[in-house]
Write a protein that binds this ligand. Sequence first.
Ligand code: ADE
Length: 239
Amino acid sequence: MRIDVLSLFPEMFTHVFGSSILKHAQQSGLVTYQVVDFRDYANNKHRKVDDYPYGGGAGMVLRAQPFFDAVDDLVKEGQKRPRVVMLCPQGERYSQKKAEEFSKEEHLILLCGHYEGYDERVREYLVTDEVSIGDYVLTGGELGAMVIADSVTRLLPGVLGNEESAVTDSFSTGLLEHPHYTRPAEYRGMRVPDILLSGHHKNIEEWRSRESLKRTWERRPDLLERKNLSEKEQKWIDE
Ligand code: ADE
């Protein structure tokens, strides 16, 4: 998969794309990241990427031209039109479902605005998806682009060592994860639940399912609204 980012602050991505799993995924050839400074595409003497708003008013507006030219340059002739994702607070709220959808694409282009709005023609004619990473306002789209790149990369086949961990983690199953423990069995008087030490795999599985469901019910009941619970699961919640 190929993930291109258009940003005025490409240095912000150095550590995120150059560390840990994202670095390893890139070294293994499973993904390539390219961060492009779209100021390089500004077709004016001072490389200005913004301008005054038509109709007047405070603030500046990001010009359409650098975005259109940069995307033209990133899309090779004959290539299928990639998804072009704009990071902005008024976009669709990002979710695991959207990450799964994006992970099936061959090529994503992520647009990061800063300080000001985008010329509406970028939204209307260039962008295929508008994404917000939450109901708060950031200084720019970069952190959102990192969130998308990270959550999508870990879903690519071969990126996570243990294939299971992407399948059973929170949200993929529609539930929050059950509690985890590791050695020692007792620490400062705090004991690991006996059942996990019992070696009884079937009971352990059942305990995990119940804890996962209980935790979801307590913390994120909204996640259960669309889920059909079995009689047994409903009883666990009612207890
Ligand atoms: N740019 C500014 N705020 C944002 C948000 N919440 N999500 C995505 N991009 C943004």
